[in-house]
Design a protein around this ligand. Sequence first.
Ligand SMILES: Cc1ncc(COP(=O)(O)O)c(C=O)c1O
Length: 389
Amino acid sequence: MINNNDFRIREIIYSLKSSPIRNVANSVIGKKDIIPLYFGETDITTPSFISEAMKTALDKGHTFYSANQGVSELIETISSYSSELHKKNISTSRIMVTSAGMNALMITSEALINPNDKVICVTPVWPNFMRCIEIMGGNIIEIPLTHSEKNNNWELNLEEIKKNIKNAKAIYINTPNNPTGWVMSRNEQIEILELCRKEKVWVISDEVYERIIYDRKVAPSFLDISKEDDLLIVVNSFSKSWAMTGWRLGWMTIPNGLINIFEKLNEFNVASPSSPAQHAGVIAIKEGEKFIKKMINDLKISRSVTIKHLNNFSRVIFPNSEAAFYAYFKIKDISDSEKFCFDTLQSTGVGLAPGTSFGNGGERWIRICYAKSPNLLNKAFEKLKPVLS
Ligand SMILES: Cc1ncc(COP(=O)(O)O)c(C=O)c1O
């Protein structure tokens, strides 16, 4: 019999933690009548003006590799969009198109992380960047947000970050945050940036939900306050703002002067992101504002339906969230969120994501994605009543 070790796969890859969300979802593959609230995407298809742009791009023959940095028209479009959004010039030489946010995060790890480098991660957080750090042999220092019972919100533990920042290679912050919906304040961003400048530590800011925010047009971004030579990488994506998760298109904003480094990494990851998708991306940005506005209005309704239901359960604590499309809540009397999600899926058919997916300390926490129709959410909560009451 062949032993796994006979393949001499890197030890770290063997031991990478599989996603608890996938574990739960895999338990019902092929089963009908599941209400899947575990994955992070809306239930709407990409708007047709973007799909049409993809078809036109194909008809026009945009079927070849693009430059490593991306299609020039898309780079210019992102540069203008980002400059307007963040009220400063973000030059084309700082933009690289990637095969979505995930690929931008992997490229970031490849560029920065040496074996044994210490990388601070503010958790809870979507876990994939932590796995990238591990793939590169880096060490994760988790610094959890604190759930303040008094204010019922999430708070950054700045003191703990200050204690750990020395000799760190980077700090990874996802704001607006998946899963909590926490948004980092402008003052906190200024403090973190100052601290990182002093200690020469990279800030890796994952801002893929910057437009999924309910009381303003865009969330505070590190781009608003940084200089073009700061050690800052901002990751962005078409997935969430334009309902394009399956397209695999995103971008990263990097310091001026480093584009050649990052182009090399694009070359050795995917050569270039899909050319027709990039052409459609131009149209998504140029013509997409009306769509984003409508999506946010719809999400507001789904969000208030979710809050209304969750507030009915006395076992449930749901800290305030300002952004993204998740409800991250605690069930006071459970101790194993993964088991709770498995059991709930079997008994109710509703797919929840266990809090243990997002870092240490998630044993009592559950995430749902509420980017669904109010009808579906009402149906899901009706089914969840027996397990949440
Ligand atoms: C915080 C965060 N960053 C990055 C991503 C990556 O998204 P994509 O690879 O679809 O751009 C996700 C996806 O859920 C996410 O939640």
